[in-house]
Design a protein around this ligand. Sequence first.
Ligand code: ADP
Ligand code: GLC
Length: 486
Amino acid sequence: MSLSICLLAAEVAPLSKTGGLADVAGALSKYLATAGHDVRLFTPLYASIDQSRFPMRPIDGLQHVPLQIGPHHYVFSVVTTRLAGSDALVYLIDCPVLYGRPAIYTTDPDEHLRFLAFTRAVLAACQRMRWSPQILHCNDWHTAFGPLFVKAQLASEPLFARTRSVLTIHNIGYQGILGAAAIADLDLGPKSHLLHQDELRAGTINPLRHGILYADAITTVSPTHALEICTDEYGMGLQDSLRMRRDALTGILNGVDYHIWDPRNDRYLPEHYDSDTLSIKTELKRALIERLGLTTSATIPLAGMVSRLASQKGIELMFESLPQVLEWRDLGFVALGSGEPQYERFLAELAQSFPGRVVFRQGYDDELSHWIEAACDMFLMPSLYEPCGLNQMYSLRYGTVPIVRRTGGLADSVEHYVPDTGQGTGIVFNDFNSAALEWALNTALDLYDEPSQWTQMVRNGMARDFSWERQGRRYVEIYRSLISAR
Ligand code: ADP
Ligand code: GLC
């Protein structure tokens, strides 16, 4: 039986992207559409979306719709476009006052209104389309009030009476906390008692917590992270609510869209390769070395990193370990990313200290991110926490050995290589400190010096399958269990 699924995401690749949420929202909806479900993926129409690349079609009956959010009055329209290579339609909420800004996320005082209005507009669009979603699937804090809005206000309408809600937590580190004064913007009226009262008294409202409290099912993006977020160490203050709802919480590892992330068909690469044609990977390495102006040769190992430069990503573990390793061993390093100034400064200074061996490209560059995956030998992800992480799974497919800390989805997707058995796909370290990362880097470099071991590890990784065909099914199982539990 085909299901009707309304997916809400603040970013969707390739339209708008700052991180993995975009990749997952786009790929999951493609999977669901291919599996025959009526999936409608909603996202804001940001000014940064290139409408010449993605032609938009207005939807009849959804133009110039008034929307009241507390005392604020907005008008929105809905346009659609298709995701390449699939029947999946994306519905974009067009409201230039809210989304016509230079960046996807802002620190503007009305940031919460941008996403409250988005969530409300999606529900209003369902009403106007007379479309009854069986599943309302919200993602992260931006849309986490969706389940509460359905329960408190819409469940009495025939259209939503059978709707069940899912909240996926991609990143518990971002909760979108509001001051209690914003209570009027939630328009809950007499249902305001449903808000978390202790928090209200303390002067705050936490969108993500309300998603956790009211969603019919909660998922996060790896089995290990589902356990982690119930602990004081990783729960970021939400562990009590998560423990209370433990029975509704599941961890589902993200999938990889191999139409986009596979060296056998990567659209950015001039030549393609697989595990039988690894000499082409070496050619690509040569080309990247030349393009970046590195002075290392193709026989010297090249490590890469592509990352938001946020404290989550463990960049500070590199502060001591990376200069040490670069001092003592032959290694090239290319980093692409942007974010917090102290991490950008560290990488810029590292490039200055090791000219010709280290390159830092500050910014966001989709094409270069694919090249780094393809041309490097190793890929660094020493994360403090990592709900899933996509780049380590991309790296495995590209034969680029991931060096990761054993946390969240990194622990669930990379297996430490054991030379005696020839089993394993990468280098995994446990402790969050520089010495542990230094050990991991040295272990990788030692293995690189043993070509047969290295090739074995690379091939093991390339054979792993994290496709959405596997992971997407798990979401459908959850959707179905909610519907049949009615
Ligand atoms: P997160 O969502 O926490 O940022 P993920 O590993 O799940 O981490 O996903 C990150 C995604 O964003 C990957 O597709 C990665 O290639 C991409 N990405 C991150 N930073 C950049 C950048 N500076 N340029 C291009 N792509 C980037
Ligand atoms: C988040 C997490 C990342 C995850 C991504 C997609 O931003 O930091 O680990 O892969 O969302 O789920």
